[in-house]
Design a protein around this ligand. Sequence first.
Ligand SMILES: [Zn+2]
Length: 341
Amino acid sequence: MNSDLQDYSHKRLNILTGEWVLVSPHRAKRPWQGQNETTSKEVRPSYDESCYLCAGNKRINGEQNPDYKDVFIFTNDFAALQNDSKHFVVKEGLIEARGEQGICKVICFSPDHSKSLAEMKVEDIQKVVLAWQKEYMDLGTIEGINYVQIFENKGAIMGCSNPHPHGQIWSQSSLPNEVEKKDKQQRNYYNKNKSSLLGDYLSQESVLQERIIFENDAFVVLVPFWAIWPFEAMIVPKKWQPNIAVMDAKDSMLFSEAISVLTKAYDRLFNVSFPYSSGIHQSPTNGKENKHWHWHMSFYPPLLRSATVKKFMVGYEMFGSPQRDITVEVASKMIRENIIK
Ligand SMILES: [Zn+2]
């Protein structure tokens, strides 16, 4: 590896978005004088009568959850997008807006209020993955739905209001910003090289082995070269797949294993239920072939150097570019050392 990357300030290119991240490895050595809260080791019950996601409980709109046994999905009672929202365009000089339609769902990963994905069995995670596949296909076939965003916000630090293990599925008529960038970058690369941008990147990483955390027959877990968050990671299928719908049963099991290995290692890293936002970026459901897409799942955890010290995206990051101190190579080594063998 080029040692300059560990010693001197530099910027790294995110090939998926075309954006740069500033890296300042020399700063990782400075003493910390900021926030240092104590952790509260919270032990949750497996059922909480005040939780609106637990089985049998009433939600805020008065609807009662069924007595579900594994995965439970419902349309968000307070959805950010509505499918019957008006179609309209405002274009008056430099003032521009468009109506946006969509369907937002909530997916409970388990009826057990106390569990996170890290604590669930691989076969139970697979039930979640199968549900994601079904939702991607079902929502994607609805007229006017051109993109399905699957994501999870885990932990109060991430603004997650309910600790019950759950994620969200937002589907909408247009591509959100992050997806639009990745769509463009992957398409440009495919048109030029007739191969997958991420596939070619994986080939390079598998030779270097510096940033790979874990791999099985179908997936690689790695900290991407351009990661912004201190312990950011990405799960990428080895095969060139545009979206999660094309995974067979073996793939979905191996994907679940990758999720399990990574989230378990995260929990051990700072001895805390590791907070993060995770999400799957995949091909739009616009009825086109989308050959340039290679789907992947990203994890963006906010923790910096302990269970209580978090990274803030402020100042230069708001006005300039994202910036990190600890290098991706150091972070990947730290996560790798916490994998349960
Ligand atoms: Zn609950």
